[in-house]
Design a protein around this ligand. Structure first.
Ligand code: UGY
Ligand code: MN
Length: 248
Protein backbone atom coordinates (compact mmCIF):
# COMPACT_ATOMS: atom_id res chain seq x y z
CA UNK A 1 0.00 0.00 0.00
CA UNK A 2 1.35 3.43 -0.86
CA UNK A 3 1.77 5.74 2.07
CA UNK A 4 1.56 9.46 1.49
CA UNK A 5 4.71 11.35 2.54
CA UNK A 6 4.96 12.81 6.02
CA UNK A 7 3.39 9.88 7.88
CA UNK A 8 5.02 7.75 10.58
CA UNK A 9 3.95 5.39 13.35
CA UNK A 10 6.77 6.78 15.52
CA UNK A 11 5.65 8.41 18.76
CA UNK A 12 7.96 9.87 21.42
CA UNK A 13 6.14 10.77 24.60
CA UNK A 14 7.11 11.47 28.18
CA UNK A 15 6.21 7.96 29.47
CA UNK A 16 6.88 5.83 26.36
CA UNK A 17 8.26 5.79 22.83
CA UNK A 18 7.41 3.70 19.79
CA UNK A 19 10.06 3.70 17.05
CA UNK A 20 9.77 1.96 13.69
CA UNK A 21 12.61 0.91 11.34
CA UNK A 22 11.57 3.42 8.65
CA UNK A 23 12.51 6.25 11.04
CA UNK A 24 15.90 4.91 12.19
CA UNK A 25 18.93 7.15 11.57
CA UNK A 26 22.48 5.78 11.98
CA UNK A 27 25.12 7.39 14.16
CA UNK A 28 28.83 6.69 14.69
CA UNK A 29 29.82 4.99 17.92
CA UNK A 30 33.55 5.08 18.76
CA UNK A 31 33.77 1.39 19.73
CA UNK A 32 32.40 0.14 16.38
CA UNK A 33 33.96 0.17 12.89
CA UNK A 34 32.27 -0.71 9.56
CA UNK A 35 28.84 -1.16 11.09
CA UNK A 36 25.54 0.66 10.83
CA UNK A 37 24.69 1.59 14.41
CA UNK A 38 21.32 2.90 15.51
CA UNK A 39 20.77 4.15 19.06
CA UNK A 40 17.19 2.99 19.56
CA UNK A 41 16.69 4.10 23.17
CA UNK A 42 18.84 6.41 25.31
CA UNK A 43 18.85 9.05 28.03
CA UNK A 44 17.87 11.58 25.36
CA UNK A 45 14.28 10.27 25.53
CA UNK A 46 14.25 9.90 29.32
CA UNK A 47 15.48 6.29 29.65
CA UNK A 48 18.04 5.19 32.26
CA UNK A 49 19.62 2.64 29.89
CA UNK A 50 20.70 2.46 26.28
CA UNK A 51 19.51 0.13 23.49
CA UNK A 52 21.56 -0.22 20.29
CA UNK A 53 21.08 -2.01 16.98
CA UNK A 54 24.38 -2.89 15.26
CA UNK A 55 24.41 -4.19 11.67
CA UNK A 56 27.75 -5.57 10.44
CA UNK A 57 29.12 -4.57 7.06
CA UNK A 58 32.30 -5.93 5.47
CA UNK A 59 35.35 -6.06 7.85
CA UNK A 60 33.23 -4.93 10.78
CA UNK A 61 34.43 -5.00 14.37
CA UNK A 62 33.43 -3.68 17.76
CA UNK A 63 35.83 -3.63 20.71
CA UNK A 64 35.87 -1.98 24.12
CA UNK A 65 35.78 -2.34 27.89
CA UNK A 66 32.60 -2.37 29.92
CA UNK A 67 34.18 -0.32 32.74
CA UNK A 68 31.35 0.62 35.12
CA UNK A 69 28.73 -0.47 32.60
CA UNK A 70 27.27 -3.89 31.87
CA UNK A 71 25.93 -4.99 28.53
CA UNK A 72 23.66 -7.71 27.20
CA UNK A 73 24.25 -8.62 23.55
CA UNK A 74 21.69 -10.67 21.58
CA UNK A 75 22.29 -11.94 18.03
CA UNK A 76 19.18 -10.95 16.09
CA UNK A 77 20.46 -12.36 12.78
CA UNK A 78 23.62 -13.93 11.33
CA UNK A 79 26.69 -15.07 13.23
CA UNK A 80 29.97 -13.76 14.60
CA UNK A 81 32.73 -14.35 17.15
CA UNK A 82 32.54 -12.79 20.58
CA UNK A 83 35.67 -12.35 22.72
CA UNK A 84 34.88 -11.66 26.37
CA UNK A 85 37.62 -11.34 28.97
CA UNK A 86 40.04 -13.24 26.70
CA UNK A 87 37.68 -16.15 25.89
CA UNK A 88 36.30 -16.75 22.40
CA UNK A 89 32.68 -17.75 21.75
CA UNK A 90 30.99 -18.72 18.45
CA UNK A 91 27.66 -16.88 18.30
CA UNK A 92 24.72 -17.51 15.97
CA UNK A 93 21.16 -16.18 15.62
CA UNK A 94 19.53 -16.46 19.05
CA UNK A 95 22.84 -16.49 20.99
CA UNK A 96 23.34 -13.99 23.76
CA UNK A 97 26.17 -12.76 25.97
CA UNK A 98 25.97 -10.89 29.27
CA UNK A 99 29.15 -8.87 29.92
CA UNK A 100 29.58 -7.61 33.51
CA UNK A 101 31.55 -4.48 34.47
CA UNK A 102 35.33 -4.49 34.10
CA UNK A 103 35.63 -6.81 31.07
CA UNK A 104 37.32 -6.41 27.69
CA UNK A 105 35.04 -7.38 24.82
CA UNK A 106 35.04 -7.59 21.03
CA UNK A 107 32.71 -8.86 18.30
CA UNK A 108 34.16 -9.63 14.85
CA UNK A 109 34.50 -12.12 11.96
CA UNK A 110 30.81 -11.70 11.29
CA UNK A 111 28.73 -12.64 8.29
CA UNK A 112 27.68 -9.41 6.52
CA UNK A 113 24.29 -8.13 7.79
CA UNK A 114 24.71 -9.89 11.14
CA UNK A 115 22.66 -7.87 13.63
CA UNK A 116 23.29 -7.40 17.34
CA UNK A 117 20.80 -5.93 19.78
CA UNK A 118 22.54 -4.45 22.84
CA UNK A 119 21.15 -3.31 26.19
CA UNK A 120 23.62 -1.25 28.24
CA UNK A 121 23.35 0.25 31.69
CA UNK A 122 25.45 1.39 34.61
CA UNK A 123 25.79 -1.57 37.00
CA UNK A 124 24.36 -0.85 40.45
CA UNK A 125 26.41 -2.51 43.20
CA UNK A 126 24.92 -3.61 46.51
CA UNK A 127 26.98 -4.00 49.71
CA UNK A 128 26.34 -7.76 49.94
CA UNK A 129 26.42 -8.82 46.30
CA UNK A 130 29.30 -9.36 43.93
CA UNK A 131 29.73 -8.62 40.26
CA UNK A 132 27.79 -11.13 38.14
CA UNK A 133 29.74 -13.59 35.95
CA UNK A 134 29.93 -13.59 32.15
CA UNK A 135 26.95 -15.53 30.77
CA UNK A 136 26.88 -17.02 27.27
CA UNK A 137 23.73 -18.82 26.10
CA UNK A 138 21.26 -19.48 23.34
CA UNK A 139 17.51 -18.84 23.40
CA UNK A 140 16.95 -22.33 21.91
CA UNK A 141 18.18 -23.86 25.16
CA UNK A 142 15.79 -21.91 27.42
CA UNK A 143 12.33 -23.43 27.82
CA UNK A 144 9.37 -21.05 27.64
CA UNK A 145 7.31 -21.15 30.85
CA UNK A 146 3.56 -20.39 30.86
CA UNK A 147 3.09 -16.80 32.05
CA UNK A 148 0.89 -16.74 35.17
CA UNK A 149 -0.50 -20.12 34.16
CA UNK A 150 -1.33 -19.23 30.53
CA UNK A 151 0.04 -21.90 28.14
CA UNK A 152 -0.49 -19.50 25.20
CA UNK A 153 1.78 -16.77 26.60
CA UNK A 154 5.27 -18.12 27.30
CA UNK A 155 8.26 -16.45 28.90
CA UNK A 156 11.92 -17.39 28.36
CA UNK A 157 14.12 -15.90 31.08
CA UNK A 158 17.59 -15.51 29.60
CA UNK A 159 19.58 -14.39 32.68
CA UNK A 160 19.78 -15.98 36.16
CA UNK A 161 17.14 -14.61 38.53
CA UNK A 162 19.67 -13.88 41.30
CA UNK A 163 20.25 -10.74 43.40
CA UNK A 164 23.70 -10.14 41.84
CA UNK A 165 21.99 -9.27 38.54
CA UNK A 166 20.37 -5.85 38.25
CA UNK A 167 18.99 -6.45 34.75
CA UNK A 168 16.70 -9.09 33.29
CA UNK A 169 16.21 -9.90 29.60
CA UNK A 170 13.30 -12.12 28.59
CA UNK A 171 11.61 -13.31 25.40
CA UNK A 172 7.80 -13.32 25.50
CA UNK A 173 5.95 -15.41 22.87
CA UNK A 174 2.18 -15.21 22.41
CA UNK A 175 -0.11 -17.50 20.40
CA UNK A 176 -2.49 -15.52 18.14
CA UNK A 177 -5.13 -13.92 20.39
CA UNK A 178 -3.13 -14.36 23.62
CA UNK A 179 -2.67 -11.30 25.82
CA UNK A 180 -0.77 -9.96 28.80
CA UNK A 181 -3.25 -10.96 31.52
CA UNK A 182 -3.79 -7.43 32.86
CA UNK A 183 -2.63 -3.86 32.23
CA UNK A 184 0.70 -3.80 34.09
CA UNK A 185 2.12 -0.73 35.80
CA UNK A 186 5.42 -1.17 37.64
CA UNK A 187 8.59 0.49 38.82
CA UNK A 188 10.71 -1.38 36.25
CA UNK A 189 11.57 0.24 32.95
CA UNK A 190 11.47 -1.67 29.64
CA UNK A 191 13.28 -1.60 26.30
CA UNK A 192 11.70 -3.94 23.74
CA UNK A 193 12.09 -5.15 20.14
CA UNK A 194 9.40 -7.09 18.28
CA UNK A 195 11.03 -10.31 16.99
CA UNK A 196 8.08 -11.96 15.25
CA UNK A 197 4.48 -11.40 14.28
CA UNK A 198 2.27 -8.50 15.16
CA UNK A 199 -0.26 -7.23 17.67
CA UNK A 200 -1.56 -4.21 19.52
CA UNK A 201 0.46 -2.62 22.34
CA UNK A 202 -1.33 -0.50 24.88
CA UNK A 203 1.12 2.14 26.14
CA UNK A 204 -0.15 4.59 28.78
CA UNK A 205 -3.64 5.37 27.46
CA UNK A 206 -2.82 4.84 23.74
CA UNK A 207 -3.12 1.72 21.55
CA UNK A 208 -0.56 1.05 18.79
CA UNK A 209 -0.39 -1.67 16.11
CA UNK A 210 3.14 -3.13 16.23
CA UNK A 211 5.11 -5.56 14.08
CA UNK A 212 8.54 -7.18 13.69
CA UNK A 213 11.41 -4.67 14.05
CA UNK A 214 9.43 -2.11 16.07
CA UNK A 215 11.07 -0.75 19.22
CA UNK A 216 9.30 0.37 22.41
CA UNK A 217 10.59 2.21 25.47
CA UNK A 218 8.35 2.10 28.55
CA UNK A 219 9.21 4.42 31.45
CA UNK A 220 8.66 3.22 35.03
CA UNK A 221 4.93 3.01 35.83
CA UNK A 222 3.85 3.34 32.18
CA UNK A 223 0.63 1.27 31.93
CA UNK A 224 1.23 -1.53 29.40
CA UNK A 225 -0.68 -4.39 27.79
CA UNK A 226 -0.33 -6.51 24.63
CA UNK A 227 -2.51 -8.71 22.45
CA UNK A 228 -1.06 -10.87 19.63
CA UNK A 229 -3.03 -10.63 16.41
CA UNK A 230 -2.87 -12.30 13.00
CA UNK A 231 -2.32 -15.96 12.14
CA UNK A 232 1.20 -16.51 13.50
CA UNK A 233 2.65 -16.18 17.03
CA UNK A 234 4.07 -12.81 18.10
CA UNK A 235 7.21 -12.49 20.18
CA UNK A 236 9.36 -9.75 21.65
CA UNK A 237 12.62 -9.54 23.57
CA UNK A 238 12.71 -7.02 26.38
CA UNK A 239 14.96 -5.57 29.07
CA UNK A 240 14.01 -4.62 32.59
CA UNK A 241 15.87 -3.31 35.64
CA UNK A 242 15.48 -5.61 38.64
CA UNK A 243 16.66 -6.48 42.18
CA UNK A 244 17.60 -3.01 43.41
CA UNK A 245 15.95 -0.85 46.10
CA UNK A 246 13.83 2.05 44.77
CA UNK A 247 15.89 4.57 46.75
CA UNK A 248 19.56 3.93 46.01
O1 UGY B 1 8.21 -8.57 32.82
C1 UGY B 1 7.33 -7.77 32.55
O2 UGY B 1 7.16 -6.75 33.23
C2 UGY B 1 6.45 -8.02 31.33
N1 UGY B 1 5.31 -8.82 31.72
N2 UGY B 1 6.04 -6.76 30.70
C3 UGY B 1 5.65 -6.70 29.40
O3 UGY B 1 5.64 -7.71 28.68
N3 UGY B 1 5.31 -5.48 28.93
MN1 MN C 1 6.17 -5.10 32.17
Amino acid sequence: MNELFGFTRDVIKERYALRTPSGFVASNLPEWKNVISVVQISQGMGARFCQLLITFQSQAKGAGKTGELEQFVYVLAGNCEGHIGGKQHALSTGSYVYIPPGKDWSFENAQIETQLLIFQKRFETLPDTGSPPVIVGHEGKIAGQPFLGNEDARLQVLLPDKPDFDMAVNIFTYAPGATLPFVESHIMEHGLVMLKGQGIYRLDSDWHPVQIGDVIWMAPYCPQWFVAMGKTPASYIYYKDVNRPPLA
